[in-house]
Design a protein around this ligand. Sequence first.
Ligand SMILES: Cc1cc2nc3c(=O)[nH]c(=O)nc-3n(C[C@H](O)[C@H](O)[C@H](O)COP(=O)(O)O)c2cc1C
Length: 197
Amino acid sequence: MRFPDGSIRVLAIAGSLRRDGYNGRLLDAAARIAPAHVHVVRHDLRGVPLFDEDLERATGDGPDGVRALREAVAGADGVLIATPEYNQSIPGVLKNALDWLSRPAPVEVLVGKPVAILGASPGRWGTRLAQAALRQVLAATESAVLPAPMLFVRDAAQAFDANGALVDAAVEASLHRLLDAFAGWIDALHGDAMRAA
Ligand SMILES: Cc1cc2nc3c(=O)[nH]c(=O)nc-3n(C[C@H](O)[C@H](O)[C@H](O)COP(=O)(O)O)c2cc1C
């Protein structure tokens, strides 16, 4: 949870495993430009096995990769998810992770958790359908999803340079607005509880 100085810890998850994926790059940019009191830390989904109720039962609180992800989500004040669009929806890798996190035992870490979503695609629509699908899943997990602003990064190949740095000033400004709004959203939802703790 919050650092003693009152700063906010945001866990950033990219919905694809691609090492130099646009969505991971977007999260790296978020970490770089976030307001000074917002610490964005990435967590990749590579270690999360396919959901399997038999495996869940055999391992109690889940396999190592799931436990690590659950603990990272539990320890964060908010979760920032950058989703690619696969076949007009979210990648299976991301849905799989959310399915693990949605399980009631040992703790439903996504219930009430502030979440902000964004996404980048090389296409013209910038993950509109994937983000809509992601909102639907996060309604099922009872997460507190930031309603606005939304960020759809289209033509992603032009938004980043050869080193993966975000070079589109308009996207950077939108990302900054989203992060500002997310910090305010987290504070509005949980600020009082955190200040009282
Ligand atoms: C299986 C598959 C399905 C895809 N379907 C879509 C799609 O429906 N809409 C879209 O804009 N891009 C689609 N794409 C292209 C992805 O947006 C593109 O691969 C993107 O770079 C993935 O995100 P990443 O760079 O963060 O890994 C698809 C890619 C794959 C591999």
